[in-house]
Design a protein around this ligand. Structure first.
Ligand code: WT7
Length: 647
């Protein structure tokens, strides 16, 4: 029987037993790291495998000295481990710091398909390595070179992990697109990266149905530079294969040699590009690099999820998001851990599927979003009777603020008051977790994410959370092909030396940070990131619409959900129009963009210069004082909208 957490006032601390076993359990680490954060990261980085340049005179490096300078800052640009040479896959496989012999026969990846009658698949480190090498060689045979961008549009199947690692092995830049994004969303991203190859699948299972992914991929590549499409077989649904363009994965990979030399990558070479939503309609391609990302992925996972040999880790996030990249692929693998990925709906075919998975695989560390927990709670604890959660020892939360009652529900009913809850704050941009209390130290306080990770410096400037130099090794290095956007989004509000997170936050007397939420036009719905601009652009493409405004409002399950206001060019059937808007959002973005409400209005509140006042629309739902409306060009519109909402 494991011990319960220790409660002191409104704070929780790990049990002595938990503390003793943890990788990090001495709070001195915070002070030491803060004295010299650059040295702190340097010491961690040294535990990884770096190549010694063959020509050390040219690289000006010796075997001992792995890079020239640990941190170089030319605001707003910065570099880590300058001139170091690394490959993330060497650090996962043959040069893993745990020793290849000691990990090669242990399971790396377990895959749980959605249909319950279907068998799971397991990959040991050795098997995964072989498949990565073979697929890397197949990509090379198709002509892929270092620096080429490759699109990955795959469901949650092992081939998604294998594709990412194969790209990393040969220095190709992967850009994963969430498989539930529409073909239009795929197209926009492929056009931006200029990818010539797309990796996809025939289909996949989602809530009892086969989703025809290949068809989406076919539509998505129209008007892009994609010349070759690699198709993994998953659902066995019938797909159209175009000659000389489409190839089956297995045909390409099966006869390839099972070793591929790792590409020697510069620390600052790009590892991947991942798109996320900003304050405009166009998604931004965040650029992540080899050296810094590897270091941060390795040690944040090790210390926060506290993996040991016997742990089974399950993160419910999709590989299409940063959480999937870092904690359902790179981080557990760098730590020789065993992790699980699951194909389908966590409440399918029954509401407690997620709990059944925990029980079946004896998951010990479980990481999910507050939205999922609120959904579990809504189904009621009755459903969990008879479920054995004994295997769990640590719980994590990510993606959106977790309110106190959701935290308590998770802590009591899933963690049985034995498991620390690490609420982890980070962003697509930061590459890895930056704020959370460490499980072996604490304290854990409901609704507070905790302390910055050792070596990380945050400040709160007039309510806004900002990250101070030396930032973190994994922070994005740019927005792909858009330096201006990079500068404007992150390095303008507080100058070029301060990274603006776009989140509001405050600290309690113990210095624990509480995240309030976004201060820009980003909506966090079910942990996903959408921008009001994206929603409005999609809706405005409909001929019947004259203009639209999107806002996020409170939702008891999703945290926030989009609400759309539309103005029509000429009168139309309200129900028909609403249907069209929903279809349009699904087509342009995907199911995550489904609005909670659509309101047909005759005018939107605007300033005299024509800017739509989303803030006022939002206040109509929160009940806040509307303030002085007389500066609006059309103050009367607000009253009329208020009436429509009340009806
Ligand atoms: C935004 C980033 C990073 C993984 C997934 C989200 C919000 C993230 C928390 C948390 C409160 C959180 C912030 C942040 N957020 N984690 N633990 N508590 N808010 O990545 O899609 O890039 O979104 O998610 O608003 O800025 P993302």
């Amino acid at each position: 029987m494991r011990k319960k957490l220790i409660k002191k006032g409104n704070l929780y601390f790990p049990s002595k037993e938990f503390e003793k076993r943890a990788w990090v359990n001495d709070k001195k680490i915070y002070k030491e790291a803060a004295k010299n954060p650059i040295k702190f990261w340097e010491n961690l980085a040294k535990q990884l495998f770096w190549f010694t340049p063959l020509n050390s005179a040219k690289g000006n490096l010796t075997g001992e000295q792995k890079w020239k300078k640990t941190f170089v800052h030319k605001p707003p640009r910065f570099q880590w481990f300058v001139n170091g040479k690394i490959n993330i896959t060497s650090n996962i496989f043959e040069r893993n710091s745990l020793g290849w012999e000691s990990i090669k026969n242990k399971p790396a990846l377990i895959w749980e398909p959605e249909p319950i009658q279907e068998k799971f698949r397991t990959f040991t480190y050795e098997k995964l390595f072989r498949e990565v090498n073979q697929f890397a060689n197949a990509l090379k045979k198709l002509g892929v070179k270092k620096g080429d961008r490759i699109g990955i549009y795959l469901p949650m199947i092992p081939e998604a992990v294998i594709s990412m690692l194969a790209c990393a092995r040969i220095g190709a830049v992967h850009s994963v697109v969430f498989s539930a994004f529409s073909s239009t969303a795929l197209k926009i991203r492929l056009q931006d990266t200029g990818a010539k190859i797309l990796i996809t699948a025939d289909g996949y299972w989602r809530r009892g149905k086969i989703i025809d992914l290949k068809k989406n991929a076919d539509d998505g590549i129209k008007g892009t530079k994609v010349k070759k499409v690699i198709v993994a077989k998953r659902a066995g649904n019938k797909v159209k294969m175009e000659k000389a363009r489409d190839f089956w994965w297995e045909d390409l990979a099966k006869n390839q040699p099972d070793f591929c030399e790792p590409e020697i990558m510069d620390s600052e070479d790009t590892l991947f590009i991942l798109y996320t939503s900003g304050s405009t309609g166009k998604p931004k391609g965040t650029v992540h690099v080899c050296g810094g990302y590897t270091v941060q992925a390795k040690f944040t996972g090790k210390w926060i999820f506290d993996w040991r040999d016997e742990d089974i880790f399950w993160s419910t996030a999709d590989l299409g998001w940063i959480t999937g990249h870092t904690y359902s692929c790179y981080s557990p693998l760098l730590n020789g851990a065993t992790f699980l990925i699951y194909e389908g709906g966590i409440d399918w075919p029954e509401p407690r599927r997620w709990a059944k998975i925990i029980e079946k695989y004896k998951v010990s560390v479980f990481y999910t979003a507050p939205t999922a927990v609120r959904m579990f709670a809504k189904y009621g604890t009755g459903l969990l009777k008879g479920i054995n959660f004994e295997s769990l020892r640590l719980l994590g939360s990510v993606g959106e603020p977790i309110d106190e009652s959701t935290w308590q529900w998770y802590f009591k009913n899933v963690g049985q008051e034995r498991c620390p809850v690490v609420d982890t704050w980070w962003q697509t941009e930061t590459g890895g977790i930056l704020i959370t209390s460490l499980p072996g130290i604490g304290p854990f306080k409901p609704a507070f994410t905790g302390l910055p990770f050792p070596g990380i410096k945050f400040d709160i400037k007039n309510g806004n959370l900002v990250l101070l130099p030396p930032f973190c090794p994994g922070l994005l290095r740019g927005i792909y092909k858009n330096p201006k956007k990079y500068l404007d989004t992150y390095w303008k509000k507080y100058g070029k030396k301060i990274y603006f997170t776009s989140d509001a936050a405050y600290k309690d007397k113990n210095n624990l940070i509480r995240i309030i939420g976004r201060v820009d036009d980003v909506i966090k719905t079910a942990g996903h990131r959408l921008s009001t601009g994206e929603l409005e652009d999609a809706v405005s493409k409909l001929k019947i619409i004259s203009e639209s405004a999107a806002i996020g409002i409170f939702d008891e399950i999703k945290g926030e959900a989009p609400v759309i206001f539309i103005v029509l060019k000429k009168a139309g059937n309200i129900e028909e129009v609403k249907k069209e808007v929903i279809i349009q959002l699904r087509k342009e973005i995907g199911p995550i963009a489904k609005p909670k409400q659509i309101y047909l209005v005759d005018d939107l509140p605007k300033t005299r210069s024509g800017k739509i006042m989303r803030r006022i629309l939002k206040k109509l739902f929160t009940g806040e004082e509307l303030g002085d409306l007389s500066t609006l060009a059309n103050p009367k519109s607000v009253e009329r909208i208020q009436k429509i909402i009340k009806n």
